[in-house]
Design a binder for this molecule. Sequence first.
Ligand code: COA
Length: 332
Amino acid sequence: MAYAAFRSIGAYAPSKILTNEELSAMVDTSDDWITKRTGIKERRIAAKDETTSDMGVKAALKALERSGIEKSEIDMVICATISPDYFCMPSTAAIIATKLGIKNATAFDISAACTGFVYILSIAKAFIESGMKRNILIIGAEKLSAITDYTDRGTCILFGDGAGAAVISATEDKDEAIIDVHTGADGEYADLLMTPNGGSGSAHDALEGEAAGCFMQMKGNETFKVAVRTLTKDVVDILATNNIASSEIKHFVPHQANYRIIKAVGDALELKEEQVVLTVHKYGNTSGASIPMAINEIYENGKLLKGELMLLDAFGGGLTWGSALVPFSPLK
Ligand code: COA
């Protein structure tokens, strides 16, 4: 049987930094408030002409180069994004594949908001284990600045832009294999976090001037509570199912939404500070890109070594949630 191995990671963050001080000049907020409530100090903002696929390509090039797998061997490209180059079509994954020179691969996007990367990991695992594909490029890429309302202090302080990518490939060695991925969704909570305009469910004509704006709206406080509850249950479940103790986790890589949420989940699992990966202070919430950007951070700092076990945990609009137990299994 083929198993799916997590071979490599790459990420890209735009160079423009938007600080809390700069946001304080745009809306009624302060560095102190944002830092205390979220842990975020700054976030990255893509250039006006820089697209989600442009960022995805930069992250993917690094992941490919580090994977030891040729572009010509990639047989599937999946992109998790809620800020695609174009709403509806073509998919950002197809654009990324073409920009990379990957030909004849299956390519598609999925919409699972901040849980997107865990979702595409589960899809990659399933395709590889079924024998249908062998080498899959997965990308989480977001230009959230394009769907953020910079007059709404409840949301604009949270989000940023960036991309992360990984190569998942087939192995016969069970020790290299992704152990488990859990995913779920509940549309009952759809109104906690949504882009209400622009789609067929919109009260407005999708093509009607200002109404076509697809800005995110969020019930922050309710989202916070559901996030802590769901994320904690999620990781407790996946560890119990696989009979793994939280002390065996080398790197807990949670979705980087809010330091207080991460701390609450980490404490519930009795994780030590050095087990918890944090990037929220420098990138804010980059939705589908946040987990791979965080994994890239520990990789580039020399802290992610072959065989080390990562626990991923995410939560996002939908609502969606997911967790994964992933050993790092580079080929080189
Ligand atoms: N600066 C200053 N004050 C702000 C503010 C800001 N940026 N945003 C909201 N406030 C105010 C509110 O208006 C409210 O004022 P009031 O008491 O006079 O009515 C007060 O702060 C408290 O608002 P509340 O929404 O209860 O704050 P909070 O402690 O829940 O923090 C969030 C707000 C958004 C930081 C927090 O709820 C959060 O992080 N939620 C989760 C969001 C998330 O992770 N979303 C993505 C999921 S993937």
